[in-house]
Structure formats: structure tokens, C-alpha cells
Write a protein that binds this ligand. Structure first.
Ligand code: NDP
Length: 399
């Protein structure tokens, strides 16, 4: 069917690339382009020989001109951005210049401010519309599948959704006292930020980790979870009509929290540059360099993730509760694609989003969040491509 340019070759990209190669009728050709081309070549070496033709390229995704020449020479149908949120805007600029469709999994963050919101990318709506191309934002699991779940609940189960709780539970154990399961810099910026949620259509801000709940997750068990700010709150508030409250909770073990507090207290999570022996360094980037690479956690992580949404609303005049979730096993993911479940649950939806754009099943000119499209083909594809979902019509609600 066509060609995809995949930018980035880390934990998430590796899964997407494996999945594209399992789907050669759609992904006839892929180019893996990243800062460190040896990682792209190693993956090509591992996966080459199948039906999908693989090429590699070195690219600095902060440089729009470099991206434009790469896109012009490869001529992809879609660019899948699996580098870091810092590169979103330069890659979107290159897609605009070459009239190429765009998919990512995380919204733009300026490198010098730990702040993530959609405003920067939503500002491209008119330009993408005029160029006649599609940008699909936040097509990982959360954001991503959580938006698809919300659109699915809206379409099939509710006349009006009033409350959404997104619960992200990682019951996996990698055996390290402290490690992050995706890019450490992005992960720590996210969890040390203030928490926030939407109540009666207004943002309420909390201190980091100030709101804790305990929840019994199917196939995982009882876990502590904490309210975080998360990007899909912003888009769901806009796209799910009538919603009054949206919250996002993520589970953390005590060891993770104790280490994080200590690292914060000694200044290791700061993004302010400091002088070290005549050199400027950013403490958080130094910390990333000494922590385990998330891509290396695959072989040692055991247990499961359970990520899903619980909805409360009205159907035919009656109050209704509904939960839809996926359980993913770290070791099964590792056996299939050599990665742990966090990379797996993000990389599979990125492949599905790109596939639906290439097939024309999801189409439209402009900048979109996943919940703006018909959820049904995406829900079918989740079952087919390794992230089967389950429903609970009488879920335990979060207070
Ligand atoms: P990694 O750090 O493992 O991989 C990032 C990749 O991008 C690396 O290959 C890196 O190159 C490359 N890269 C970084 N900067 C540049 C640049 N300037 N030019 C070219 N390549 C560059 O991250 P993850 O795979 O863990 O995460 C990827 C993305 O997925 C992130 O944006 C993250 O926020 C998002 N994510 C989304 C989730 C969701 O559910 N929606 C969940 C988890 C992650 P190098 O190898 O040289 O370092």
C-alpha cells in the first residue's frame, strides 16, 4: 500500500517498527531515521528479510531543512514521529513544507520549560487544513487509546458522558530500585509537575502527587495511584460534549516515590543548567545518562499493565457506569517484539493510527486528536494487533 518514515529509534519506535513489519500489505516500505543511525541499522539488520523493505537514515529532527530533504527523497505517505516531544513542531513544519501526513504520541514541550499542552500544535490547524494533509496527535496509549475508548463509549454506551477517570496501572517489576519505563527525562518532567484535573469545566491545580487513591486492578491487584496532569484531559474536555469532570491517575510504587523525592530534594530533577567543572549541564539530563535505558528493561520486567477509562453518564435517562481497559503482559510483549509493555502499549497504537491514515479509513485535512475520528476501526485493530480490550458494565468507581 505505501511508505512510512519513522523518526526516532528508541523504546517506542522499536515496537512500531516491529508492528509495521508484521503488516507488510500496508507498510510496504519504511525508512527508520534517527539521531544515532547505528540503532536504526541494528534494527534493520534484525528485521530485514521480511516483506517490508527497510532503509535507514541519520537525521537531526530539530532541523527542518534536514527533515524536508529526507522527506523529499523518501516520499512517504506518512511521517510517524517517535522522537521526543521537543521535536514535534520541527517535524510538523517539515510535513507542511512537503504536504505529508503526520502522526505522534506526545504533545509538544519546549525544552527549557516543563510544560506540556496542545496550544502549540493546535495552532497548526489552519495550515494543515489549507495544505490538505492530516496531523494525528497523541496516538499512543495515553494519550491515544484512552481517547479512542472515550469516543467509543460516547458512540455506543452514553447519551451524555459526565465523568471520565483514566487509570494507568503498571504492575510490572523490573527489579531495579529506580528506573523509568519510558524516556527518563520526559517521564520525570511529567511526574514532578503539578497535578491537575477538570471539574465543572474548569481546571483545578494540585501539588504534585497530592491526591492518592487505592484501586484494585483486574489481573494486577491493589495499587496506590496518584492524580497527575495529563495531556488528553485538554483534548477530551473539548471533544467529549457535556463532560464535567476528567481525572488521570497513574500507579507508583513506594520505592519509585522515595527515590524520586530524594532526587528532587537534592536538585537532580532540575532542568535549570548548572556549571560543572567549567561546563554547563542540566541535572535531569545527567540523571537520564546514569539511569537504566528503558529499552533495556524488556528482558527483566515481569507483571502486567492495566490501562483504561471509567465513565459515568446518562443513557436513556438512566445513570450508567462503564469501563473499558487493556491488560498487557510485559513478558509476552518482550517475547513478541523484544520490548516491555509500556513501549508496546504506545508503539502498537502509533502503527494503527498511521495504518488508518494510509488506508484512508481516517481522513480529513487539519490537526486532529484521536477521539475526533470514528473509534470502531481503531477498536477492531487493537484486538487484531496485540492490545485486546475488555469491558466492565459494573465497574468499581473511584471516589
Ligand atoms: P527514547 O528516548 O527511547 O527514544 C527517543 C528516540 O528519539 C531516540 O532514538 C533518540 O535518538 C531520538 N531522538 C531524540 N532527539 C532526536 C533528534 N533531535 N533528532 C533525531 N532523533 C532524535 O524515548 P521513548 O521511545 O521512550 O519515547 C518516544 C516518545 O513516545 C516520547 O515522545 C514519549 O513522550 C512518547 N510516549 C508516549 C506515550 C503514550 O502513551 N502516548 C507513552 C510513552 C512514551 P538517540 O537514540 O540518539 O537518543
Amino acid at each position: 500500500m505505501g511508505k512510512a518514515l519513522i523518526i526516532g529509534c528508541g523504546g517506542v519506535a522499536s515496537v512500531t517498527i516491529h508492528k509495521c513489519c508484521q503488516n507488510p500489505d500496508v507498510f510496504e516500505e519504511i525508512c527508520i531515521a534517527s539521531r544515532t543511525v547505528s540503532k536504526c541499522d541494528a534494527l534493520k539488520e534484525k528485521l530485514g528479510g521480511g516483506k517490508t523493505k527497510i532503509t535507514t537514515a541519520q537525521v537531526n529532527a530539530d532541523n527542518v531543512d534536514e527533515l524536508v530533504s529526507l522527506i523529499e527523497s523518501f516520499q512517504p505517505d506518512v511521517v510517524i514521529n517517535l522522537a521526543l516531544p521537543y521535536q514535534d513542531l520541527s517535524i510538523m513544519d517539515a510535513c507542511l513544507a512537503t504536504k505529508t501526513n503526520y502522526v505522534d504520541t506526545a504533545n509538544y514541550e519546549p525544552p527549557d520549560t516543563a510544560k506540556f499542552e496542545y496550544s502549540w500544535q493546535w495552532a497548526y490547524r489552519d495550515r494543515f487544513k489549507q495544505a490538505g494533509i492530516t496531523a494525528l496527535l497523541g496516538c499512543g496509549f495515553d494519550p491515544g487509546v484512552t481517547g479512542v475508548f472515550s469516543a467509543f463509549a460516547q458512540k455506543h454506551y452514553f447519551d451524555e458522558i459526565h465523568e471520565i477517570d483514566i487509570l494507568d496501572c503498571n504492575g510490572g517489576d523490573h527489579g531495579y530500585p529506580f528506573a523509568t519505563n519510558f524516556n527518563p527525562e520526559i517521564n520525570i518532567r511529567e511526574v514532578t509537575a503539578k497535578g491537575s484535573y477538570i471539574e465543572n469545566g474548569k481546571w483545578v491545580e494540585t501539588e504534585p502527587m497530592a491526591i492518592k487513591r487505592v484501586y484494585d486492578f483486574k489481573e494486577v491487584g491493589v495499587k496506590d495511584m496518584y492524580l497527575l496532569h495529563h495531556e488528553e484531559l485538554e483534548s477530551l474536555a473539548l471533544n467529549i460534549k457535556g463532560v464535567k469532570r476528567i481525572r488521570f491517575f497513574m500507579t507508583f510504587g513506594q520505592s519509585y516515590l522515595t527515590h524520586l523525592k530524594c532526587l528532587e530534594n537534592v536538585g537532580m530533577t532540575s532542568i535549570e543548567p548548572i556549571d560543572y567543572e567549567g561546563q554547563k549541564i542540566i541535572p535531569l539530563q545527567f540523571l537520564k545518562a546514569v539511569l537504566p535505558d528503558p529499552a533495556s528493561l524488556g528482558p527483566r520486567t515481569v507483571g502486567k499493565t492495566n490501562i483504561g477509562c471509567i465513565f459515568k453518564g446518562i443513557k436513556d435517562g438512566n445513570e450508567r457506569h462503564y469501563c473499558v481497559y487493556n491488560v498487557c503482559d510485559h513478558q509476552e510483549a518482550y517475547r513478541e517484539v523484544g520490548s516491555q509493555a509500556i513501549s508496546y502499549t504506545t508503539g502498537v497504537p502509533a502503527m494503527i493510527g498511521a495504518m488508518l491514515l494510509m488506508q484512508g479509513t481516517w481522513n480529513g485535512a487539519g490537526v486532529f486528536n484521536v477521539e475526533e475520528f470514528d473509534p470502531d476501526p481503531f477498536m477492531d485493530a487493537l484486538n487484531k494487533w496485540g492490545l485486546p480490550w475488555q469491558e466492565d458494565l459494573d465497574p468499581v468507581m473511584v471516589d
